[in-house]
Design a protein around this ligand. Sequence first.
Ligand code: RAM
Length: 333
Amino acid sequence: MKTLTSLGLAFVFTLLAGCGKAPSGGDAPADGKLTIAFLPKSKGNQYFVTCEKGARAAANELGVELLFDGPTNTDPAKQNEIVENWITLGVDAIAAACENKEGISTALKKAQAKGIKVITYDSDANADARSFFVNQATAQGIGETLMDTAAQLCGDEGEFAIITATLTAANMGEWRKHIEARLAAKHPKMKLVDTKPCDDQKDKAQQEATNLLSAYPNLKCIMAICSPAVPGAAEAVKQAGKAGAVKVLGLGLPSENRQYVKDGVTQAVILWKVEDLGYLTIQATHALAKGTLKPGDKSLKAGRLGDMPIEGDAIVLGKPFVFTKDNIDQFEF
Ligand code: RAM
């Protein structure tokens, strides 16, 4: 069994022996158990804690050893360092949510060159740095749902601003592209006045939202497209005494937004089943490492999720879901 402890010991032994040769990725462990390393954008983000829960469930079902590590807060350099450590350790496969698309691709390609299977989830790397991308929903679906919901909340006219995570994350960039395309095509009387990054941190999002409220007195809506930013923006609107007057919507966890939704500060929270994203990612990574998932495949048997369709090199979880006052109590995560 290639447990974390035995992997660690093997690594220490290798160093002590001074031979400097790391175990190569893809080597069959003694008992055939695969080790999959699961990288979040940041460990301090409840979104990725929820992903991990689903990942663990899949790992337990499949008898896989799961390593979970990541930066405490968003930190692309730290993500690279962790991937390098996993390469040295000789894990069988890596599943990564990428903070900096370009930055991490070199490290992931190095992993691939060592025989380690690589999948991305949530936020993609360059296509040649991974075999598949497990996508929560299509970027178009997410972008259009956000834009249409914002327009609906604003009576289809007026100023709005976006708070995003970072400017380097591929998922945020793709979503913004589709938000802006939908704005131009369907909502000509809505005006995007500003876009601010918050590094996936609630406090920073709150500060940015406070700044936006004073810079744009006619602001009708704040669209927060990373999960910590939704409660951050809501808190700013609440403290400014503008609840209801400035609408808040975004991609957030029901658990982090329930009270704001009930109090009428936040009007719409959009998301997918985050636990299922982690679950699907490990199912896919396991299948890739075992050779049962190959480029060109059209579907994947994903345990309790059943057969999941594959579009090109993307395995898509489903459609985004809108939580409102009326249904938010049905969701725990
Ligand atoms: C944050 C992260 C993640 C994104 C969600 C909606 O937690 O930036 O990548 O998918 O928000």
